[in-house]
Design a binder for this molecule. Structure first.
Ligand SMILES: *Cc1c(COP(=O)(O)O)cnc(C)c1O
Length: 385
């Protein structure tokens, strides 16, 4: 089964480009609102780094989500798209002074702090402005996630966060500072997680940490569990909407929230992955000695995930209903890793056919580069083509 595409109209646009099916995005946002809305204390933020296309950001902010930013540029993009400052959280291991000042000037909800030196700088910069910065500490929970090694973030060996053993010291330090207000704990264990057991493990760890803090009479008002919910790259047509129900229910069942505590989520991939496709054209079909190649005009500069993480994306030939043949689908970039898929079955390809690389809405357009002096791909939403 193929996805439904306005192929006729897509043919008129210069390839390669991203095509965003805003119906899928809206349905995804509706599901998030319904499923998270069952739990009074839940607040969902969108992780801007997954895709900062202004048209998508606008739709997401209008749906009422907050924004999770990892740079000053993302804070600017979030503000421009209408995310209210009191719903913006800002994480990152290396915040520079101008980025912290930008957050302070706009009174964002919270800085997710990853080290004591960073906490000191935030306290100093807030002091200069006569402000108080709200801070959460990003704790490294040492919880593994069953996903690709490059996208686990919550293990002791990863660069992110503050070690659990340092948590109380850091909180004590913050409480002694004049220009920071300690308001909660932040976690993020990784991405493309489909095993709810991984999120359960995080809940169990947070439950332990909360008990430990309470023994020291420390109460926090906010728990932020990051993002990480995965999507079905294999079946974007059958499973266009991620399993938000199980995801939120897992947290509702396993995490022991205290009275008045807010639980924050930062979802990126699960919000935008399935609405986006990279549309490309077949340039040549080349018979190799052992296989045949469909050489397309998109490359790893447009979508780097297969080259970077050996990620799988479903590929469909939108222009052909002829019998399937087996192809390696490769791009034009001068790198051997510029391969979208090996040995995939596609309806027989010929020069000029339009091909969709599916589930490319997250970490696609936003990670594009100009290597080989290529143009950045444009992004179009359904309404404008
Ligand atoms: C990347 C990131 C997210 C979003 O991750 P997804 O897997 O796209 O949901 C959330 N929080 C933090 C801190 C991140 O770095």
């Amino acid at each position: 089964m193929k996805g439904s595409f306005p192929t006729e109209r897509l043919t008129k646009i210069e390839t390669p480009f991203y095509y965003y099916d805003t119906d899928v995005l809206r349905e995804t946002l509706r599901t998030i609102r319904t499923q998270a809305g069952r739990h009074e204390a839940f607040e969902v933020h969108y992780a801007i780094k997954a895709n900062a296309n202004p048209k998508l950001l606008r739709t997401i902010s209008e749906a009422g989500l907050g924004a999770d930013c990892v740079s000053g540029g993302e804070i600017q993009a979030a503000l421009k798209a209408g995310f209210p400052p009191h719903k913006i959280v800002y994480a990152g291991v290396g915040k520079s002074d101008w980025e912290i000042n930008l957050g302070l000037d706009n009174d964002i909800f919270c800085f997710n702090v990853e080290s004591i030196p960073e906490l000191e700088v935030i306290n100093d910069l807030a002091g200069i402005k006569g402000k108080t910065a709200r801070v959460c500490f990003r704790i490294n929970p040492d919880v593994g996630a069953h996903t690709h090694a490059n996208i686990t973030t919550g293990l002791a060996e990863n660069k992110f966060g503050i070690a659990m053993s340092d948590m109380e010291d850091v909180i004590e330090r913050a409480c002694g500072m004049k220009h920071v207000e300690f308001i909660g704990l932040h976690f993020h264990i990784g991405s493309q997680i489909l095993d709810m057991g991984d999120f359960e493990a995080l809940c169990n760890r947070i439950n332990e940490l909360q008990e430990q803090l309470e023994r020291h009479h420390i109460q926090v008002n906010n728990i932020n569990v990051g993002g990480g919910l995965g999507v079905s790259y294999a079946h974007p047509n059958r499973e266009p909407i991620p399993d938000f129900k199980s995801y939120f229910e897992t947290y509702a069942r396993k995490l022991k929230l205290r009275n008045g505590q807010r639980l924050h989520f930062e979802l990126g991939r699960a919000v935008v992955a399935q609405c986006g496709s990279l549309i490309t054209r077949v340039l040549y079909v080349k018979q190799g000695t052992a296989k045949q190649f469909a050489i397309v005009d998109a490359g790893m500069t447009d979508l780097i995930r297969p080259a970077l993480y050996q990620a799988f994306h479903k590929i469909e030939n939108l222009s052909s209903e002829e019998p399937c043949e087996t192809y390696d689908v490769v791009g034009p970039i001068c790198e051997s890793s510029d391969v979208f898929a090996k040995a995939v079955d596609l309806n027989r390809c010929k020069r000029g056919d339009l091909v969709a690389i599916r589930s490319a809405g997250a970490y696609g357009e936003i990670m594009a580069s100009q290597y080989n002096c290529r143009n950045l791909p444009k992004g179009y939403v359904k309404e404008e083509i």
